[in-house]
Ligand binder design. Structure first.
Ligand SMILES: Nc1ncnc2c1ncn2[C@@H]1O[C@H](COP(=O)(O)OP(=O)(O)O)[C@@H](O)[C@H]1O
Ligand SMILES: [Mg+2]
Length: 442
């Protein structure tokens, strides 16, 4: 009898078969000879099927005839994509149901915390099974956080093979985001919500979130940090780029999503939605694809979390903003005084300066209506000035830079007002329920 086992990783699936014939170091003829010998002596045989095993249909048929005259059981382990028609006609086909749980025992034995092991187990999704044992051994040599980081790095390299998904990684954690406390709390609260445990508890699978708001206030930064908080890889989908590939956009997107689902849990990030939608030539097409993506987001079962950002609302299709589409829509405003203080501290520390050496309270007070990006730029410009004068950075230099800087929000006053007005009843304030400190309103 000939059996075909359809599997993702033939090399792995064949590993414990008693009749296993290995390809390594053998020519096709030598492999065939082994196979024929096994069949002739009524022994079981198993082979990771390769397309070039039979030179043509005639030789394949001759092989089947031989099998049918013996009691030998032959098993071919095949990847779905290279299953040849001539084989399927005569064989019993059996899809293999291998689950990651076969590695659960080995992962449990790792010297890490339960949470760490859970994260490791989740992140093995998408790896060829034949690599997993080796990687587990590698992880066992490391400290827990190093092990998680290494596994994620390996996972990102696997994901990089897709042509339209861009794997993004920064090292920053949640403490690199100044302010936005409500948003941060929301993210931290959902850390474990992608697990089966959470499903059993009654929590629905998180779908996605949209961050709307003023430019330079930490939306993209937050998108990048979310993946780190949850210990998932982050993948950016560039909508405009989708149209440059010369293939059907829908097909490309469906391929990309299928890849992502195979690797889930993953955070999928679409930055500055309005940019894609404002494309003259492709705007309508992009809207259609976006509609498809929204439907997918509602229906998907896999833990792929969509993070979208936008700096403008006017171009976003209303159906995108309807309640229940995203799990939450956050409005990210210009930072309040206390938030600006945090942002100064973060960016001074990032450049190896002690914030205690500066009057950050005064700096925060003097930067009303500045965005986080502008505060960062003030620190950087201060450093540049100091360096050019061969001096150490001090309060005075930062204040000097500050005096010369006009925040962008002055120019965009109107559109920021519009954003605020729109968001008031439709979005949750990322900074919490504090009074929106705003010099525009009054
Ligand atoms: N709330 C914040 N806390 C710390 N840094 C910030 C914050 N907002 C902006 N920045 C700095 O400005 C940069 C640009 O901000 P970004 O997240 O791209 O803004 P947006 O996507 O909202 O336009 C960030 O990478 C970060 O260095
Ligand atoms: Mg951005």
């Amino acid at each position: 009898m000939l059996k075909i086992v359809m599997c993702n990783d033939p090399v792995f699936s064949i590993r414990e078969h008693p009749g296993k014939i290995e390809w390594s170091g053998l020519t096709r003829e030598a492999v065939l000879e082994k196979l024929f010998n096994a069949v002739k002596s009524n022994k079981p045989a198993a082979l990771a099927y390769a397309e070039h095993l039979f030179s043509d249909e005639v030789s394949a048929l001759a092989f089947f005839e031989l099998i049918s005259k013996t009691d030998s059981d032959v098993t071919f382990f095949c990847k779905e994509m290279d299953l040849p028609a001539v084989l399927t006609r005569y064989a019993v086909i059996e899809p293999e149901k291998l689950e990651l749980t076969i590695f659960a025992g080995k992962i449990k034995a790792l010297p890490f915390s339960d949470n760490g092991k859970k994260t490791i187990f989740e992140n093995f999704k998408g790896f060829p099974f034949s690599r997993i044992d080796g990687i587990i051994e590698e992880l066992a040599q490391l400290k827990e956080d190093e092990a998680v980081a290494l596994l994620l790095e390996k996972k990102r390299s696997l994901l990089r093979q897709n042509e339209i998904l861009e794997v993004v990684h920064i090292d920053d954690g949640i403490d690199q985001i100044g302010g936005l406390n409500e948003l941060k709390k929301w993210i931290i609260e959902r850390k474990g919500n992608f697990s089966q445990d959470a499903r059993d508890f009654g929590i629905p699978m998180p779908k996605g979130m949209l961050m709307l708001g003023v430019q330079g206030c930490g939306k993209s930064l937050t998108a990048k940090v979310i993946a780190n908080i949850w210990n998932f890889p982050l993948v950016r989908l560039d909508f405009i780029n989708l149209f440059r590939k010369g293939r059907s956009v829908e097909e490309l997107l469906k391929d990309a999503i299928a890849t992502l689902e195979g690797f889930a849990p993953v955070v999928l990030w679409i930055d500055e939605l309005e940019k894609a939608l404002s494309q003259e030539s492709e705007g309508a097409e992009i809207r259609r694809v976006l509609g498809w993506l929204m439907t997918w987001m509602q229906e998907k079962k896999e833990p792929v979390f969509l993070v979208a950002t936008a700096n403008k609302v006017s171009l976003l299709p209303p159906e995108l903003l309807r309640k229940g589409r995203f799990d939450e829509i956050f409005f990210v405003d210009l930072p309040s005084k206390s938030e600006r203080e945090e942002i100064f501290k973060i960016h001074l520390s990032k450049r190896h300066r002690k914030w205690e050496n500066f009057d950050v309270d005064k700096l925060a007070g003097d930067t009303e209506s500045f965005s986080g990006a502008e505060i960062e730029q003030i620190v950087v410009d201060g450093l540049i000035t100091a360096y050019s004068k061969n001096l150490q950075l001090n309060q005075k230099m930062i204040e000097e830079v500050l005096r010369r800087t006009v925040p962008l929000s002055k120019t965009y006053e109107e559109s920021i007002k519009e954003l605020r007005l729109w968001s008031r009843n439709r979005a949750r304030n990322a900074s919490g329920n504090r009074r929106i400190e705003s010099f525009f309103e009054g």
